[in-house]
Ligand binder design. Sequence first.
Ligand code: CTP
Length: 207
Amino acid sequence: IVTAGPTNEYIDPVRFITNKSSGKQGYEIAKSLSKKGFDTTLISGPTNLEINDSINLIKVETAEEMFQATLQSLPVDVAIFSAAVGDYKVKETSQLKIKKQGRLNIELEKNVDILNYISNHNSLRPKLVIGFAAETNNLENYANKKLNEKNCDWIVANDVSNKKIGFESDFNEVSIFYKDNKTDKLKYKPKSEISDELVEKIINHLN
Ligand code: CTP
């Protein structure tokens, strides 16, 4: 399974909180896996992207829906969590459109961390769990922190403050941090090539 894209967290029926993820890197990873013969499920938040029929696409909107879809897709050998899941959801989503008023306070509460839940679950955990880290600063420290706290085998980290890569771009540059303290760098190249290289590493690892 691959999770990809942003999530929408609803304030009322017409408004939501989201983020800038395009889903491109996750979709490319699903394509690379499928090309190499993996039976691939892509669990995607809202994006403008399309994918061919050889990939089982599950479209979701909220983090909760992404969580449920992920649970229902288990067990799997490899799980790649590239989605930019909203960290918070609105505590009480209004069923009716909220009318303009002097001041509006919206209370947020934490969403479930899908990666953390699955990766730290004894019986659900896939053999290989790969998380992503989007950082604007202290990339190495934060990536290693996520690697450990979320019990990942690998973390793929990118610097989202670099305008040449990330989000809407078709290009990326990532560092891979492994559990055994080794690291790799995949230099600036199309997201499709980053994905092919990542999948080669996955195949080598499984072999
Ligand atoms: N993730 C997830 N569920 C969440 C939040 C994050 O599965 N509710 C996963 C992402 O798909 C990614 C990894 O956790 O693989 C790291 O996500 P990121 O947003 O970089 O980190 P956070 O844990 O949200 O921490 P912070 O926003 O503080 O950097």
